[in-house]
Each structure stands twice: as structure tokens, then as C-alpha cells.
Design a binder for this molecule. Structure first.
Ligand SMILES: Cc1cc2nc3c(=O)[nH]c(=O)nc-3n(C[C@H](O)[C@H](O)[C@H](O)COP(=O)(O)OP(=O)(O)OC[C@H]3O[C@@H](n4cnc5c(N)ncnc54)[C@H](O)[C@@H]3O)c2cc1C
Ligand SMILES: NC(=O)c1ccc[n+]([C@@H]2O[C@H](COP(=O)([O-])OP(=O)(O)OC[C@H]3O[C@@H](n4cnc5c(N)ncnc54)[C@H](O)[C@@H]3O)[C@@H](O)[C@H]2O)c1
Length: 452
């Protein structure tokens, strides 16, 4: 049986769902092929369940501070098993919601793993058998990425981020390997839930690519909370049995723990796509596309993590919609990959938009920029007299007075930087910030009252 569609989308994650629904809204006949659960990384094993775990673990700080605000609590302890079960229930709800939204949009959901038979045909494999053969005038690859394990003996004994959401509970001690988004977020989640955490970092700082002062502020706060961070340490092997592991470092140290999280990056998921049958070019591990999300084959497109540009959900969504607007909506547009705000949901949060101080110096020279900063203990922490100090930072290009970078470490950074991103996208100058009346008392008011 062959079914013909205007568009076949491979992958029902952030980018694929957005493209499929938008294309269908313009009248295109669309099939979306998904081998796993509808929702993809973000909804099933990424942003959403991660943020819910962050909310859950952050109660530790609120509860610890409560006494200074006059609350008498008769002790408290986390029960990760309840949190994990509740998070899974919410993920199930969202998974179903996305299936319903596809139905409402008139997109046909085809269950199974898609692979190219030739440039216009997709075979859908379920339980090892081809259960459908689809023909697409166009095909959009939105297959996302997968966690990448380092090639060390016993790596299969470690968890990757996907596994964290499947646990019934967490052990008393966990070693987290890596220094990126996932390592920092999970180190804080686990610590908040009462787990003793050692973070193993092969370099000499956390969160490469972010403003160094900001990532250092996160490091300081994590260490002050009791997370042990070991820089310039790499894993050499994992031994033992699940629940009783030993991580051996390259310098020969042995760290005994109940679990190892390998947060060592992600790679585009190209396995089984048979791209060669369609002549789709691959560059390293990714599918390169032009500004219109088109691969080297004119009717085959790709969006999201599979293209390994900026691997964030809103970027994948916008790429998917821009593709559909351009091809089916007669509204050609390209995605602006500049000035993409991002946040690390560590505790405290780090968020930023635009250039880090280091990147600004590289672009404009040290003499070409001004850096304005504020570092203080927020009012919310005055009575508890503990907790991390916030950092607010503006990077200004001296010649134009334009704010080219805005960074924050502290509670609600992501919410605050989201709004700052609008101003900076509009080309706001430091004088524009200064002209804005402060909203008092707030933390973010410091962004408009910084001297100079
Ligand atoms: C732990 C974690 C936390 C994250 N937190 C954030 C965050 O806070 N904010 C943020 O912006 N981003 C976050 N991200 C990144 C974000 O989840 C991804 O950038 C985003 O999901 C990418 O969307 P996508 O459509 O490219 O791919 P995905 O969402 O990965 O979807 C791809 C889909 O394709 C399916 N698929 C693959 N191959 C085939 C095939 N051959 N046939 C059929 N189906 C196939 C997969 O099963 C999957 O469902 C996080 C990621 C992780 C892992
Ligand atoms: N809040 C968010 O928006 C968010 C959250 C999670 C993930 N994400 C997305 O997912 C992507 C993947 O996240 P990630 O944290 O896995 O990747 P990452 O690229 O941010 O970090 C990978 C880390 O692993 C380290 N590493 C790699 N190989 C190693 C090895 N062999 N030994 C020791 N350390 C090693 C790297 O030095 C780096 O610190 C992110 O880049 C981001 O795009 C976003």
C-alpha cells in the first residue's frame, strides 16, 4: 500500500510537530512518523519533566529558609519517588494532549520508525517489519538527537539523561560527568532531593560558552550548597553492578556511588534513516541545511537538533514553522539564529542573551566595550542570611552605547532575561536601560539603575 502526502515529517518532537501542524493549517496533506512517544525530547525526556524536577527539588531552599520568616516546620524530607511518579503522570497527559492536537490539526500520525527507500518514499518499520510505505512530495527530517556516551569501559552502566526520568527513586550518592546544561541542571536537582553529588568536569570551568563570570557564580553557589565539583578530572571506567558502582577517574581515583549520570553531550540521531537512499548529505554527525531548512536534496528538509545548530526547543519550533510558512503558506521567512536567549536551570538559574564578556572582547576588543555589573544578596535572602548572591551584567559596545549582552544568575533569571531579550533585539542602548524607571523592590531593577 502506498499513501501519498504533500509532506511527510520524520519525528514528532518540537520541530516536527510544529512544522506538521503549521503545514496542515495551510491545507497540505501531512503525515508525521514517530517511532517513540509523541512529544519528542522536550516533552517526554527533556525540558518539561526536567523543569518539573527542578521545581520539586527547589523546595529544599524554600523550606530551609522558612524558619527565618516565622514558619515552624516539624522537619521535612524529600521523597523522590513521589515526585518522579507525579512527573511521569504529567508527561503522560502532555503526550496525549499532543496526539489530540495532531488529530485536530488533521495531521495523520503514523507509528513506527521511518527510513528512506528512495528520495520520495519512506518505509515505516514497526516491530522489525515494514508496515507502511509512504510517498511524500516533500520530506522533513526532524529526528532530533540522542545522548552521547563517552567510549570508556563500563559506559553502559551509567545513566544518560533519558534514564533519569525512568527511575523509581535516586540512590544516596551520584557522580555526574560533564559540565554542560544537563550536568549542572541534574547535579542541582539531585542535590535538592537529598542526593550527595560529585560533579566530574574534564575542563577547568562549568558551562563553556556562557559568560565566564556568570558560570563562575553558578559554580560558587553550587559548591556553597554542598555539591562537590572536581575540575580537570575525566572518567576512565565504570565498574560494579547497577546500584553499587565505582567510577574510576583517569588519575586512578575511585569514586563509589549508587549511580553515574553521563551528561557528556548529545548527537543528531541519524541511525536507521537510510539517508544514503535519498542522497541526503551528512556533515560530521549532522544534516546541514540552508537558511530555508533545505538539505542538498531540494525537496528534503531538516529542522531542529538533527541539524545541530542551536539545540533548543523554541529554535526547533521556529525552524519548523518557518519551513511551513515558506513552502505552504506563501509567507517566506527565515529564522533569526542571532540573539537567542538561553537559560540553564541550575539552582541558581543562569540566563543570558547576546554576547558574553569574552565574546564581546573578541569582537570589539577590550577597549571597545564597557561592562556594568551588580552583585548582591537579594532581599529575599536577607532574613535567612544565606543563599547565593545574584549577578546582573550588561555588556555595552562603547562606540554605539548598544547593549550587546545581558546576563543574570539568580532566581527567575530565565523569566527576566526573556523580557530583556526583546529590548536587546530592538537594539536598546545603555541610555535606554537607564531611562527606564525602576520597579521597586525587585532584583531586576538593578538592570536599569547600574551606574555609569
Ligand atoms: C534533559 C534535557 C533537557 C532539556 N531542556 C531544555 C530546556 O530547558 N529548554 C530548551 O529549549 N531545550 C531543552 N532541551 C533541548 C530540547 O529538548 C531539544 O532541543 C528539542 O527537543 C529538539 O527538538 P527536535 O524536534 O529537533 O527533536 P526531538 O524533540 O528530539 O524529536 C525528535 C523525534 O523524532 C523521533 N524520531 C527519530 N528518528 C525517527 C525515525 N527514523 N522515524 C520516526 N521518528 C523518529 C524521536 O523518537 C523523537 O520523538 C533539553 C534536552 C534534554 C535532553
Ligand atoms: N536549559 C536548556 O535549555 C537545556 C537543558 C539541557 C539540554 N539542553 C540542550 O541539550 C544539549 C546537550 O546538553 P548536554 O549538557 O548533554 O551537552 P553540553 O554540550 O552542554 O555539555 C556536554 C559536557 O560534557 C563534557 N564531556 C563531553 N565528553 C566528555 C568526556 N568524554 N568526558 C568528560 N566530559 C565530557 C563536555 O566538556 C561538556 O561539559 C545542550 O547543548 C543544549 O542545547 C538545553
Amino acid at each position: 500500500m502506498t499513501d501519498c502526502f504533500d509532506l511527510i515529517v520524520l519525528g514528532a518532537g518540537s520541530g516536527g510537530l510544529a512544522a506538521a501542524k503549521r503545514a496542515a493549517s495551510y491545507g497540505a496533506s501531512v503525515a508525521i512518523v514517530e517511532g517513540d512517544r509523541v512529544g519528542g525530547t522536550c516533552v517526554i525526556r527533556g525540558c518539561v519533566p526536567k523543569k518539573l524536577l527542578v521545581y520539586g527539588s527547589a523546595y529544599r531552599h524554600v523550606l530551609a529558609d522558612a524558619a527565618s520568616y516565622g514558619w515552624q516546620l516539624d522537619g521535612f524530607r524529600p521523597d523522590a519517588s513521589v515526585l518522579l511518579a507525579n512527573v511521569r503522570r504529567e508527561v503522560d497527559r502532555l503526550n496525549q494532549l499532543h496526539i489530540t492536537l495532531l488529530e485536530k490539526a488533521g495531521v495523520e500520525l503514523v507509528r513506527g520508525w521511518g527510513r528512506f527507500a528512495d528520495p520520495h518514499h519512506i518505509e515505516v518499520i514497526q516491530d522489525g517489519e515494514t508496515n507502511r510505505r509512504l510517498k511524500g512530495e516533500r520530506i522533513l527530517i526532524a529526528a532530533g538527537g540522542r545522548p552521547h556516551r563517552p567510549t570508556i569501559p563500563g559506559a553502559e552502566l551509567g545513566w544518560v539523561s533519558d534514564d533519569m526520568f525512568l527511575q523509581e527513586s535516586f540512590p544516596d550518592r551520584v557522580v555526574v560527568v560533564g559540565a554542560g546544561f544537563i550536568a549542572c541542571e541534574f547535579a542541582c536537582i539531585l542535590h535538592g532531593l537529598g542526593v550527595a553529588v560529585t560533579l566530574l568536569v574534564r575542563g577547568d570551568h562549568l558551562l563553556r560558552g556562557f559568560d565566564r563570570e556568570a558560570s563562575h557564580a553558578v559554580q560558587e553557589a553550587m559548591e556553597a550548597e554542598g555539591i562537590e565539583i572536581r575540575f580537570t578530572h575525566s572518567p576512565a571506567a565504570i565498574t560494579g553492578v547497577p546500584g553499587a558502582l565505582e567510577l574510576v577517574t583517569q588519575s586512578g581515583e575511585v569514586l563509589a556511588c549508587g549511580g553515574v549520570l553521563l551528561a557528556t553531550g548529545r548527537r543528531p540521531f541519524l541511525e536507521g534513516l537510510q539517508l544514503e537512499c535519498a542522497g541526503v548529505a551528512v556533515e560530521g554527525h549532522r544534516i546541514p541545511v540552508d537558511a530555508d531548512q533545505t538539505t542538498n536534496v531540494p525537496h528534503i528538509h531538516a529542522v531542529g537538533d538533527v541539524t545541530d545548530r542551536i539545540n533548543l526547543t523554541p529554535v526547533a519550533v521556529d525552524e519548523g514553522r518557518a519551513f511551513a510558512d515558506t513552502v505552504y503558506g506563501n509567507k517566506p521567512r527565515q529564522v533569526n539564529h542571532d540573539l537567542v536567549a538561553s537559560a540553564v536551570f541550575s539552582q541558581p538559574e543562569l540566563a543570558g542573551v547576546g554576547l558574553s564578556e569574552e565574546a564581546a572582547i573578541e569582537r570589539f576588543g577590550a577597549e571597545g566595550i564597557r561592562v556594568h555589573r551588580a552583585r548582591f544578596r537579594p532581599m529575599a535572602q536577607a532574613l535567612p542570611a544565606r543563599g547565593p548572591r545574584v549577578l546582573l551584567k550588561l555588556i555595552v559596545e562603547s562606540a554605539t552605547d548598544k547593549v550587546v549582552g545581558c546576563h543574570m544568575v539568580g532566581e527567575h533569571s530565565a523569566e527576566i532575561i526573556q523580557m530583556a531579550a526583546i529590548a536587546i533585539g530592538m537594539g536598546a542602548t545603555k541610555a535606554d536601560f537607564d531611562r527606564t524607571m525602576a520597579l521597586h523592590p525587585s532584583v531586576a531593577e538593578e538592570f536599569v539603575t547600574m551606574a555609569g
